[in-house]
Design a protein around this ligand. Structure first.
Ligand code: ADP
Ligand code: MG
Length: 373
């Protein structure tokens, strides 16, 4: 994999298309946590210093191939005024080369949300050609999207000279370190809402870790599979069968919550956090672990009432990681929680990747990385 450092002295006036992951939460016109964005500044500053024309592209939210105003990346121009002076490039399409041609060396532009175009997630050739026509060089600086075989991550890298950005490289180095130094007992804590991405890797986590503690909507899915009434809780029924076979195969390794808290009754009952007994149980595993991996909030922490489980576990993890254990945490929302509680310095590494991190631990051949090699 070639680092952008090797572009030194070679890209003056060249158009460099950079895939970043600026998929952040925006509440009341404010970015809740800018960490993911700040980590890409080293790459952007380097490219600017080399006189490149820097073209940023990202997705934001889940617009599912349609134009959704709330998810326009145009808002980054004012939201990131302090960090970057950004020019607006509009949609990435056939007209883009003309739009980009007015940019001067050292200037930075940003395209409209990639996921307004259904071809992005489909890795569609028309969009890939449009990307190719707008740039001379491609850079991936979004580790957290590198497990996606999308046009801006995978397709474009097969068409242009492609390089890894500084943030991507430092994530890969830190994860390689974790894999080399894993000590027993090792504990993985998996929560969050992206059940379908994470289910794929539970099997390999169970092989690698002594215990796998499960919370969030992941746990709801296991409980649904076991026949518990989950009402309106977030579950993914298509993983019921797999849940049962995992529980059978790894009976001693998978630790499910023993109490859940939520709201509503009957059909409207929603499990939204782990309860106090589970907080204690999970903490007891964490307190003796020597390797810790955490991805995914244990509950719907955005609502104060359901943030307790996530906060208690985050603090227990930070404490153990600061003490004996090697602690690595990752994921978009997980990162937000860790920063909000000011715990990021307690961990050995904080990755921007959630799904990407878990998949990478299972198999480093992520689509977006393989094409860079
Ligand atoms: P990460 O970005 O850290 O990888 P995910 O994207 O998988 O994590 O999931 C984060 C989301 O999961 C949060 O927005 C949180 O509200 C949600 N979540 C966690 N537990 C539950 C639950 N029990 N019910 C509904 N949503 C949940
Ligand atoms: Mg997320």
């Amino acid at each position: 994999m070639k680092s952008i450092a090797s572009l030194k002295g070679k890209i003056h006036g060249k158009r460099v298309l950079v895939r970043v992951d600026y998929n952040v939460e925006i509440v009341n016109g404010r970015i809740v946590d800018k960490e993911k964005i700040i980590r890409t500044l080293a790459t952007i500053k380097f490219l600017r210093s080399q006189g490149a024309v820097v073209l940023l592209m990202t997705h934001l939210g889940r617009p599912d191939g349609k134009r959704v105003k709330q998810f326009s990346t145009k808002q980054f121009i004012s939201l990131l005024k302090k960090e970057l002076s950004l020019l607006w490039l509009g949609d990435l399409n056939d007209k883009s080369p003309k739009v980009v041609s007015v940019l001067k060396p050292g200037q930075v532009g940003i395209f409209e949300n990639l996921r307004f175009n259904p071809l992005e997630e489909l890795n569609g050739s028309r969009l890939i050609t449009q990307m190719k026509n707008v740039a001379d060089v491609f850079v991936n600086d979004g580790f957290s999207v590198s497990h996606r075989k999308h046009a801006s991550v995978y397709g474009i890298a097969t068409k242009l000279p492609s390089f890894a950005g500084f943030a991507l490289i430092s994530e890969l180095e830190a994860i390689a370190h974790t894999k080399r130094y894993m000590k027993c007992p090792s504990v993985a804590i998996i929560g969050g809402a992206k059940v379908s991405t994470k289910f794929k890797v539970i099997d390999s986590l169970c092989k690698r870790f002594d215990h796998v503690l499960i919370g969030g909507a992941m746990a709801n899915t296991f409980y649904g599979a076991l026949g518990y009434h989950m009402g309106a809780s977030l579950v993914e029924k298509k993983f019921y069968k797999q849940s049962l076979s995992l529980l059978k195969k790894y009976a001693a390794r998978i630790i499910l919550p023993i109490d859940l808290v939520g709201r509503g009754e009957g059909k409207k009952w929603e499990a939204l956090d782990i309860g106090p007994a589970t907080q204690k149980l999970f903490t007891s595993y964490i307190a003796i672990a020597d390797t810790l991996l955490w991805n995914g909030p244990l509950g719907k922490f955005e609502e104060k009432k359901f943030a307790k489980g996530t906060h208690v576990i985050a603090k227990a993890l930070a404490q153990r990681s600061l003490g004996h254990a090697y602690g690595i945490v990752g994921g978009g929302e997980t990162l937000t929680v860790v920063n909000k509680l000011k715990l990021s310095h307690s961990f050995d590494f904080v990755s921007t990747g959630g799904g990407a991190l878990l998949e990478y631990l299972e198999n480093p051949a992520l689509p977006g990385l393989v094409v860079l090699r």
